[in-house]
Design a protein around this ligand. Structure first.
Ligand code: ZN
Length: 409
């Protein structure tokens, strides 16, 4: 760790303890004695549950008059998390987001079609603020109403599509179905950081005729826009002037050796409204070694490989959804869409893999099922039940797709 980074981290900790949240968390720690990377790594992690307990405004670290906005992370389970932002937080986020667009060589002549949601969720407004700072035209669609999305895309001559991978795929499929590709002017897709396989990526890129870029972020840490891939598609550059990144073993909490897969942990360096120290994202990735051909100095992390809580253990074998993506993308006749169901029946774990295929369901799809079973057994180590289904039979969603359903507990 460079001395400048250590200074920035020390300043961030000093600011964080001005708020009650870290004042309480660090009450038994002498923060003035933190003078090295090792000292910093002894600080406890902060997890989403800690943030939930601070509901509604317990994370606020500055006086009320400095807070200009709040966002909330989707509370699919239990209490949501509220993140307060100062004017500077909102501005810093837009600066980072503008940098994301620039990394994808998007300019003020582009027309940016924004499909992520607006409102309490951070996504839509982040895409928009960055686009406006860049000077590009924002088309603030929000999600849903595919008919209108396609009409506006054609009439407004949108050049950049911002979406989750599952929604981009849905739009690509709808455009293909209607045969209106000729009216589409898209050149680039900026795709939210949910995990997605090569096959899905290729389908979206080919059907829409765009180059795809991955954007990273989470509501707890500004929102989307804290990291972005460049045209060389070799991981996402991370904005280390605003944030400090660590990769840890999700089980032990120890740092993993450089280049190995682990969970991303983030410390905010400049955030005022709700600073976070060693926040566990639960996103699995790794630090990419070496320098990028694009010349940007910002370090890169790999495309998100899954969630540390998505890893499932079946018959003693750990399965990462990203490995299943990879396996299926190597088999002809298997589409990018699949679902895994894990059940406990008659005293044993059973894994059923549903996959879409353009083949007729019958003799040829049964042959394909046998190939999938064999490949799964060879590469992942356990024998699944494979079931081919027709194209479009598995659910698509506008938000993140869930691939693994563990019905055992
Ligand atoms: Zn690059």
């Amino acid at each position: 760790m460079k001395p400048e980074m250590l200074d920035k981290i020390k300043r961030a900790i000093n600011n964080a303890v001005k708020g009650n949240f870290y004042k309480n968390r660090f009450k038994d720690i002498d923060i003035n004695s933190i003078n090295s990377k090792e000292d910093f790594e002894k600080l406890p992690f902060t997890d989403k549950n800690d943030l939930r307990e601070a509901y509604p405004l317990g994370l606020q670290a500055v006086p009320d008059e400095q807070i200009v906005r709040i966002h909330s992370s989707s509370g699919t389970t239990g209490t949501p998390v509220i993140i307060p932002y100062t004017k500077k937080d909102v501005e810093d986020w837009a600066i980072m987001f503008k940098r994301c667009y620039e990394t994808a060589e998007i300019t003020n002549l582009d027309r940016i079609h924004i499909t992520p949601g607006y409102g309490l969720w951070t996504a839509g407004i982040g895409f928009q603020a960055g686009a406006e700072l860049l000077g590009a035209m924002s088309i603030p669609m929000g999600p849903g109403n595919t008919e209108k999305q396609i009409k506006m895309m054609i009439d407004m001559k949108s050049t950049v599509l911002c979406a989750t991978s599952s929604y981009a795929l849905l739009l690509a499929e709808e455009i293909a179905k209607r045969g209106c590709n000729d009216g589409i002017h898209l050149k680039k897709g900026v795709i939210g950081s949910e995990r997605w396989g090569e096959k899905m990526r290729n389908r979206i890129a080919n059907e829409l005729g765009v180059q795809l870029y991955d954007i990273y972020g989470l509501t707890e840490v500004y929102g989307p826009g804290i990291g972005m891939s460049c045209k060389y598609e070799c991981g996402m550059h991370m904005w280390t002037d605003y944030l400090y990144f660590e990769i840890i073993d999700p089980k032990t909490g120890e740092l993993v050796p450089e280049g190995e897969i682990g969970e991303l942990v983030i410390t905010t360096l400049c955030k005022e409204g709700a600073p976070l120290i060693r926040y566990r994202t639960h996103d699995l990735t790794r630090l990419m070694p070496g320098k990028c051909q694009c010349g940007l100095e910002y370090p890169r992390i790999d495309t998100i490989l899954g969630r540390s809580d998505d890893m499932v253990k079946v018959k003693g074998t750990i399965i990462y959804p990203s490995n299943v993506d990879k396996l299926l993308s190597g088999i002809d006749g298997v589409s990018s869409e699949y679902q895994i169901m894990i059940d406990h029946l008659y005293g044993k774990d059973i894994l059923t893999l549903f996959f879409e295929t353009p083949l007729e369901i019958g003799e040829s799809s049964e042959k394909l099922e046998r190939i999938v079973v064999q490949e799964f057994k060879n590469k992942i180590g356990i024998t699944p039940i494979a079931k081919a289904v027709r194209m479009f039979e598995l659910p698509r969603s506008e938000k993140k797709s869930t691939r693994v359903f563990d019905n055992r507990y």
